[in-house]
Design a protein around this ligand. Structure first.
Ligand SMILES: O=C(O)CCC(=O)C(=O)O
Ligand SMILES: [Fe+2]
Length: 932
């Protein structure tokens, strides 16, 4: 909220005080990046960038993560990107780091240094692999007289600037080009210019590109907004835009007393902490980036959950909003947790945080040469979210880069099965902390493991899982009681992984094992039935690339009592692989690699029945049902989102891939005319902003936003024929019912597949009442927002009124019911990248297409029982009693986790009349904006 000035998302530059429009990523006056400076911007603001989004260093345009080239100036991402998510005090890395992939990264060494008081410092001795922009021309200095570690700035171009790192009095590392003086700037070509120059000495480019970035707004919208700007004329000449060090010192000193002491300057000017952002010619002072009021977190300090202000321990009421500490304050002694992951000679040591809302810190270091990143206590939820984002990006970059060095991963992986009692590291933390850490990392595992091969993903996930004492405990008891073994990837696997680096680099949804052609005869209700329907149709599905493990020994499975979707994907893939193998070579299976692996490992394959695994997965689905957006509708304040539910983790990556492959196959069939005419519809012109390709099953209908060519009224066209629901989609429906996503009273008998190309959208609508409620949409391929509002209108290019955006993660299911289905309209704004959704709906019987016969397979579906089935399902043997106990605890835990997840997930948009957000500690923060 703009604190009464301007609009939500508008921000005050803490460098020069200029008030900037929300869409700007850089101060319009002094060009300092927005970073995390504005405490007024809500965490969920659409103006805040997302992981992967990048800013073009050529023209400063904000680009979605998916863009390979800058939308505005066309520069390729690999040359021009710097992340749109930035951290307090962080230098902003360009593509080579930010979008680091594991390929060829063996020699990369990374030392993410932590500045004692929270200034994030990154120093990267870069291998040539990294230096797309001429990093080779950057001199990497050895530790200098100030004791700093070798460092590099982020290479942009071919300048000869070398880098000198310094430490300040608090042992902070700072880096800046040699000879740097206050006001100097670095051109986009990489040349270091003196402050006096308005144009680059080398390439004559003017000091700054036109700054005017946008975020989630169409160019027209930004333009429109720009035209209406309140502070027009406020912009200063660019040449004066950069406060020198002295000015910076002046501007920040008040905020940072005692926190950011000055350091011995290596430049001509005495300076406070600063960092040189080589992407844009400006200086950034750490304190300003941390924002007003940023303070070091001390014991007893508390964060107001009403306004997220960080208060000193001594305060009994919030210093900002005067809310009483009692009842609303976050725990005064937040949890602190560390863990370490060792990957070859790199150790991610001590990821620690006090709680996600107050303090995060991460140490990442090559062994023996510790470097630390510390992120100071944050004072707003917004900051914590972005901190997580950066943290993850750092971790993922590092893990992604380093995990190739897997030849000694095993050493650590061997410790997977260790229990609390013999893991001194785990022993140093209490269970709750470990659970929090495990949950946190599990949640982000898909991100962390994005570029990892199966083995490495597994190692990482196993290690993360090992943090959870419950898992450890249960594994231990399971081991004892039933001699189930714990997975430890063996040398063979690891060597193989090393030898197959190319393959190991590409683990993602796209590289997941295609198990589509596995013939499994299990019943259609079980997990295994997935593969039954994997083919979905009677047509073959193209094989996907693999991770180089095909036909090779696979690690034995852990008796997993808790699995993330990534785990499950892996399991599915491995299982598919094994079955594949078995099907291919039934006669010599004993001599085959599968059996050989067993022999080598001496570990029997764990035999958790499918039913049991299904149950475990079912209990691991996350469900968010408390979306709140209060709007005045017909004179009454109502929660227009009542009835919405978001179920995440319903489909594993492998399953998603199968579904997506299948959809593509359907699309091909549709194009070739192999589907019924009304089944497949492709918009005539593939223009941005047009509707997407649709494939309908069960019934043909038109919506009011997409009247058909005959201008039929919206709703089910009873006399039109489409293809019946394919088997794979019936498997999905079955799962949705069994896993409590859709009630058995409303089993879908129709569905529509939407295939979005970049830029496709669905305009605001309410789904036709020819369909019963609830209905649901499953998301694939990429995340996008779905936007809700009682009065959702397009009020300008790319601009919606009354919007509440909910991000739809891949593999998630959004259920629409009650107000969420019928009071709020919904729409999908132009998607940033390709996406597929499948919306499942049950037809009103009176609107069935003529001659419609309900699918026998979909009759009598029943949800899994939470209680009665569990004991049966989990088989009340001795060992499984442990699992049962664990499952009970798991539910409690999951509730907690759910809450914390929900805190993080809540996504609000500015124009709701009243918005309530679950704040830290699960207390509600209420925002009122009745003029919305
Ligand atoms: O694609 C989506 O996520 C939503 C689709 C939708 O709203 C619809 O088909 O009615
Ligand atoms: Fe819809």
């Amino acid at each position: 909220m703009g604190g009464g000035e301007g609009r939500e998302g508008d921000w005050d530059c803490s460098g020069c005080g200029n008030r900037n429009y929300a869409f700007r990523s850089f101060c319009n006056r002094c060009k300092q990046p927005r970073l995390l400076v504005d405490i007024k911007t809500p965490a969920d603001s659409k103006w805040l960038p997302r992981i992967g989004d990048w800013i073009c260093t050529g023209c400063t345009n904000n680009n979605y993560a998916s863009r390979e080239k800058c939308k505005k100036c066309g520069q390729p991402k690999e040359l021009a990107a710097m992340p749109a998510i930035a951290m307090p005090g962080a230098s902003l890395p360009t593509h080579p780091h930010y979008f680091a992939r594991a390929q060829g990264a063996l020699e990369q060494k990374m030392n993410i240094g932590l500045l004692g008081n929270g200034a994030l410092q990154q120093s990267l001795p870069l291998s040539s692999n990294w230096s797309l922009g001429g990093a080779d021309k950057y001199e990497i200095q050895p530790a200098d007289k100030y004791g700093a570690q070798p460092a590099s700035t982020w290479p942009l171009g071919g300048n000869q600037t070398s880098v000198l790192p310094y430490t300040n009095q608090t042992n902070q590392l700072v880096i800046f080009p040699k000879g740097w003086r206050s006001g100097d700037w670095i051109c986009n070509c990489g040349f270091h210019n003196y402050s006096s120059r308005a144009q680059c000495k080398k390439c004559n480019a003017s000091m700054l590109p036109a700054i005017g970035t946008k975020r989630l707004a169409s160019e027209e919208f930004v333009h429109d907004w720009d035209n209406k700007r309140l502070n027009a004329g406020h912009t200063h000449g660019l040449q004066q835009a950069y406060p020198g060090f002295e000015q910076m010192a002046g501007s920040v000193s008040n905020q940072t007393t005692g926190v950011y002491p000055p350091y011995p300057s290596g430049s001509s000017a005495a300076a406070p902490n600063f960092q040189v952002n080589v992407q844009l010619p400006h200086l950034v002072t750490t304190p300003t980036l941390l924002g007003k009021g940023a303070k070091q977190w001390r014991d007893g300090d508390w964060m107001c959950t009403n306004c997220n202000n960080h208060n000193y321990a001594s305060r009994s009421e919030c210093n900002r909003c005067k809310t009483q500490r009692d009842g609303l304050a976050q725990p005064t002694a937040p949890a602190k947790i560390s863990y370490d992951i060792c990957i070859r000679d790199f150790i991610i040591t001590q990821f620690e945080f006090r709680d996600p809302y107050s303090h995060l810190s991460l140490k990442i270091s090559p062994s023996g040469s510790p470097g630390i990143i510390t992120i100071l206590p944050t004072f707003s939820f917004a900051i914590s979210i972005l901190i997580k984002a950066l943290l993850l990006f750092v971790v993922s970059a590092i893990v992604g880069s380093l995990i190739l060095c897997v030849d000694s991963v095993q050493e650590y992986a061997m410790n997977d099965g260790r229990t609390r009692t013999d893991d001194p590291f785990l022993l140093s933390y209490n269970d709750t902390d470990l659970q929090i850490a495990s949950e946190f990392l599990t949640t982000w595992l898909p991100f962390l493991s994005r570029d990892l091969c199966h083995h490495c993903t597994r190692i990482l996930s196993d290690r993360i899982r090992s943090l959870d004492p419950e898992v450890g405990g249960d594994v231990e008891s399971s081991d004892r009681e039933e001699n189930l073994t714990v997975s430890t990837p063996n040398n063979t696997d690891l060597n193989e992984c090393s030898e197959n680096q190319d393959n190991c680099n590409t683990n993602s949804l796209g590289s997941s094992k295609d198990g589509a052609d596995v013939n499994d005869t299990a019943d259609t209700n079980s997990l295994g039935s997935w593969k039954d329907g994997a083919n979905g149709w009677s047509e073959p599905i193209a094989k996907a690339s693999t991770c180089g493990t095909s036909g090779s020994p696979v690690p034995t499975e852990s008796p997993r009592v808790r699995m993330s979707w990534a785990d499950m994907a892996l399991e599915d893939e491995l299982e598919a692989e094994e079955e594949d193998e078995a099907n291919r070579q039934p006669s010599d299976r004993h001599a085959s690699s599968g059996e050989a692996t067993m022999a080598v490992k001496g570990q029997p394959k764990p035999e958790l029945p499918r039913e049991q695994r299904e149950y475990i997965r079912f209990t691991n689905v996350r469900r968010k049902k408390d979306f709140i957006c209060l709007e005045r509708v017909k004179g009454k304040i109502v929660n227009i989102l009542d009835g919405l539910e978001l179920h995440t983790g319903v489909f594993s990556a492998a399953e998603q891939k199968r579904i997506v492959d299948f959809v593509y196959m359907l699309q091909e069939m549709g194009k070739k005319g192999e589907l019924k005419e009304r089944t497949f519809t492709a918009p005539q012109k593939r223009m941005r902003g047009k509707g997407c390709v649709t494939i309908q099953f069960g019934c043909c209908y038109t919506d009011n936003y997409a009247k058909d060519k005959n201008d039929n009224p919206s709703g089910i066209l009873q006399n039109e024929i489409v293809d019946p629901i394919p088997p794979l989609f019936k498997v999905i429906i079955t799962r949705l019912v069994r896993w409590h996503v859709i009630p058995p009273s409303c089993v879908p008998d129709s569905c529509i597949v939407n295939i979005y190309d970049e830029g496709d959208c669905i305009p605001p609508h309410i789904d036709n009442h020819d369909f019963l409620r609830p209905f649901c949409t499953v998301s694939f391929l990429s995340e996008c927002d779905i936007v809700f509002g009682s009065n959702l209108k397009i009020v300008g290019a790319g601009k919606l009124s009354g919007a509440f955006a909910i991000p739809l993660p891949v593999g998630s299911v959004l259920v629409l019911n009650r107000n969420g289905a019928d009071v709020a309209k919904h729409c999908v704004p132009a998607v940033p990248t390709k996406r597929i959704s499948i919306t499942f709906r049950k037809m009103d019987e009176s609107r069935w297409p003529f001659g419609f016969i309900p699918e026998p397979d979909l009759q009598g579906l029943q949800p899994l029982s939470y209680e009665e089935d569990r004991s049966r399902r989990m088989n009340p043997s001795k060992s499984n009693r442990a699992v049962n106990r664990q499952a009970v605890r798991r539910e409690d835990y999951r509730d907690n986790a759910r809450n914390s997840d929900e805190r993080g997930n809540t996504h609000l948009e500015p124009h709701c009349s009243i918005q309530i957000q679950l704040g830290p500690g699960n207390r509600r923060r209420v925002r009122m904006n009745l003029d919305g």
